[in-house]
Design a binder for this molecule. Structure first.
Ligand SMILES: [Zn+2]
Length: 394
């Protein structure tokens, strides 16, 4: 891909970072005998609009929102507080509010609790069915061209939360939103915060589902170019989310709007590259020292990390790592995407005499550690993957 998906201008010639052996999507696991090949992708930046993007194709299910794990209690509380202050600030009590990418209606319920009148759209008929079963109002619409009309339009407000970065044709989608709103309508737009990834050198957050990686500056550009003023910007939810409140421009304001001309210098990802290299080398050292190693936790993060290791030294990885364990029955018997390790039940860790256990399970890692040491009496070396790298546990 040589041109920007958003503005059509040239992408920088040199890639900022390259990835190989990565899972092709965040959903689904390959079956034995039918392994996928995984994907390679490069991170590039548009020289014109400044948006950082992947050069790989969108995943097949980009039109639908999937919130596999539902909402955590923390996220539920965060959204309730956020929605009620949004409604208060813009006097949206009893007003029609459009959610773009509503999934199974997780946020529609909360918006209802906050006295808005939410209406959801999503590209998946199954999601819409789930919403309707819950008594929520929703309709199967995805703005492929921007000419699609939503039944209950025009709306007083809209929100799109962690969905914009999945959308291949953003100008068409934003036109669809714009044309289904009343003049003066406000909105809430959220994406994962790339400024934070840059600041903390988070190299493991690039996934094929997310085509774009927005900074506050590049997101504001895109919103302005497509008919929205940005009223307020903040970085929220432990810095992971870039959140903007916007207002629809009138046609007159849109015509009169002159974007600031900027030139985008080459973005420096050397910190991320160094962090990735250090992480991989540390990991390889642990694998070298062990004889029979296993990972516990078959998550997207694990699959991505295994791809980094395979890229660096496939022979060593294949020799030392015997399998990935996970307690979810629907994952067992399948393979890790791109790297093709067996996913097995955690019981295999003792049966097969492992000497090194690498726990990669996010918020569940400490609980798994206790299970391994106390219930299973595993006496080998245990490491937990933290945000800062692998931590040895006694
Ligand atoms: Zn561009």
């Amino acid at each position: 891909m040589e041109n920007c998906r958003i503005c059509g201008k040239m992408l920088c010639r040199e890639s900022l970072m390259d990835f190989s052996s990565q899972p092709a999507s965040a959903q689904g696991l390959p079956e034995k005998g039918n392994p996928d090949r995984g994907v390679d992708f490069s991170v590039k930046r548009c020289t014109c609009c400044g948006v950082v993007q992947l050069d790989s194709p969108p995943v097949s299910y980009f039109r639908e929102v999937i919130r596999t794990a539902g909402l955590s209690e923390e996220m539920r509380k965060f959204r309730l507080a956020q929605f009620s202050s949004f409604i208060e600030k813009y006097s949206l009590q009893g007003k029609k509010i459009l959610e773009c990418g509503c999934g199974e209606g997780e946020y529609l319920v909360l918006m209802q609790e906050c006295k808005g009148i939410p209406y959801g759209i999503d590209g998946s008929a199954k999601n819409i069915e789930k919403c309707v079963q819950k008594g929520l109002e929703a309709e199967k619409v995805y703005f492929d061209t921007g000419l699609e009309k939503v039944k209950k339009a025009p709306f007083d407000a809209f929100y799109i939360l962690n969905f914009l970065e999945h959308i291949p044709n953003i100008p068409a989608y934003l036109k669809g939103i714009y044309d289904n709103l009343k003049d003066g309508a406000v909105g809430l737009v959220e994406v994962p915060d790339f400024d934070m990834m840059l600041e903390k050198d988070f190299f493991a957050e690039f996934i094929p589902d997310h085509l774009y990686y927005f900074t506050a500056e590049s997101l504001q550009n895109i919103l302005n170019e497509n008919g929205f003023f940005v009223l307020h910007t903040e970085n929220t939810f432990h810095s992971y989310i870039l959140s903007m409140q916007v207002r629809k421009m009138t046609q007159k304001e849109k015509n009169a709007f002159i974007p600031e001309k900027k030139s985008y210098e080459k973005l420096d990802l050397s910190g991320m590259k160094k962090a990735k290299e250090k992480f991989v080398k540390d990991f390889m050292k642990i694998l070298s020292a062990g004889k029979r190693c296993a990972v516990w936790g078959a998550s997207h993060q694990t699959f991505s990390v295994l791809g980094f290791l395979q890229e660096y030294d496939k022979a060593l990885l294949q020799k030392k790592l015997l399998f990935v364990a996970d307690s979810a029955p629907f994952k067992q018997g399948k393979l890790t995407p791109a790297t093709h390790f067996d996913i097995v039940s955690p019981g295999k860790i003792m049966e097969e005499n492992m000497d090194t256990l690498l726990i990669m399970a996010g918020g569940y890692s400490d609980e798994i550690y206790r299970i391994a040491r106390e219930k299973m009496s595993f006496s080998g070396n245990i490491y937990i993957l933290r945000a800062t790298g692998l931590e040895k546990c006694e």
